[in-house]
Design a protein around this ligand. Structure first.
Ligand code: SF4
Length: 389
């Protein structure tokens, strides 16, 4: 730790430079770090445009495709402008992207691009056809005040707690752990698997990092889907602390409500005879073997089942087919988050097993990966043909 400007000291934690404000002990991201970024469009997220440019120059890239989630479209546009000012032709993908499970590397190849820039998500181990730069978006909000405010609730989890978060806050997981340990907690951060980049990271389809020998799970982040998945997948008391609002929400009741809704979907599908079993052509959602297993199971139990492959899975595109119910063997968010937009019952693979009487207990549909050798560095990472950063 060293003094920077009066009133501030510099600390390097978890791959990120922080300015500790001497007066209150709070933290700011260091504004002087080389290549940290142009905060484009004044957004809450940071996009490291200079770091991306440096990597593209090393690759000698002349043309790139930029892929973005909904929330970073302005940043994608600003990045495209920045790259073109610096002599690199940039094309923005207009397709909706929800995760690193769906890299547009095939499209980049088709468009004659030398590289793909995938904004907003961390690297997921997949076979990539062009050099791909993953640019995770870290939220510009300090997680510590929300933890401090909710210490009483966190204490109800027990002393030995699992700590998990999404990619948006992973750069602060080390600080959060340190803070909680100083408050007397025994904090366990699970490694996760090859679908995630860092220990302690969970996805909407993968909660491997939460499955450690703890009394309860503390999730840091916004939204319900991830902590709900954690609660159902681990079966442990789960508390979600939202660093934006400062609120803490227990997931147990929410998890019960979700499971009740899922049993209702299973009940609706009880009389169905004809099943459409959908697999995805998105690389990280393609579960062909599992989809075929479900088709076989349904057929063995006297049902009609047909395999369907889709890229963007939605009910509207399926209207006109003659099925009584669907099984989505792709992203679990589709049947669980979007079922209200489907006019036919829509199930996950584990729910089909319940329907056929092959299992009794409810289980979340997770997509698990292989063992991950090491964590990625916190920041931009480069994978695919051409090596890694
Ligand atoms: Fe997210 Fe679904 Fe992709 Fe998993 S499969 S990373 S939950 S979009």
């Amino acid at each position: 730790m060293r003094t920077c400007v009066p009133g501030y000291t510099i600390e390097y934690t978890n791959g990120v430079l922080w300015c500790r404000i001497s007066r209150c002990g709070g933290f700011l991201r260091c504004p002087f770090k080389p290549f940290t970024l142009s905060l484009v469009g004044g957004s809450m997220h940071e996009v490291s445009s200079r770091e991306i440019l440096k990597t593209l120059r090393e690759l000698n890239a002349k043309r790139v495709l930029i892929q973005t989630p909904e929330g970073l479209k302005k940043e994608a546009q600003a990045l495209a402008d920045f790259l073109e000012e610096n002599g690199i032709e940039a094309i923005i993908s207009g397709d909706i992207n929800y995760g690193a499970c769906d890299p547009a590397d095939r499209e980049a190849k088709l468009l004659g691009c030398d590289a793909l820039i995938h904004l907003g998500h961390s690297y997921m181990r997949l076979h990539l056809e062009v050099p791909t730069i993953f640019v995770p978006a870290f939220a510009n909000v300090d997680v510590i005040p929300a933890l401090e405010r909710n210490l009483g609730e966190i204490g109800k989890l027990g002393r030995r707690i699992a700590l998990v978060t999404t990619a948006q806050h992973i750069n602060q997981l080390g600080r959060a752990r340190e803070f909680l340990e100083k408050k007397g907690f025994d904090v366990l951060v699970g490694e996760g698997d090859s679908r995630v980049s860092w220990s302690g990271q969970v996805l909407g389809c993968n909660f491997a990092a939460a499955k450690v020998d703890a009394e309860g799970v503390l999730f840091i982040g916004a939204g319900y889907f991830h902590p709900l998945g954690v609660a159902v997948a681990t079966g442990k008391p789960t508390l979600a602390v939202n660093p934006y609002s400062g609120d803490a929400i227990w997931m147990d009741e929410e998890a019960e409500r979700l499971i009740r809704k899922r049993w209702a979907q299973i009940a609706k599908a009880m009389d169905a005879q004809k099943f459409g079993v959908i697999t995805s052509t998105k690389k990280g959602q393609l579960r062909l073997a599992e989809a075929k297993r479900i088709v076989e199971l349904l057929r063995e139990h006297g049902k009609y089942a047909r395999l369907i492959a889709m890229n963007h899975i939605n009910y509207r595109a399926l209207e006109g087919f003659d099925f009584d119910a669907y099984v989505v063997v792709a992203c679990p968010r589709v049947p669980i988050d979007d079922y209200e937009n489907w006019r036919k019952p829509v199930l996950t693979p584990t729910e089909v097993e319940i329907l056929l009487g092959l299992r009794q207990d409810y289980a979340f549909d997770e997509i698990l990966g292989a063992e991950r050798e090491k964590d990625e560095s916190v920041g931009v990472s480069f994978h695919g043909p051409g090596g890694s950063l």
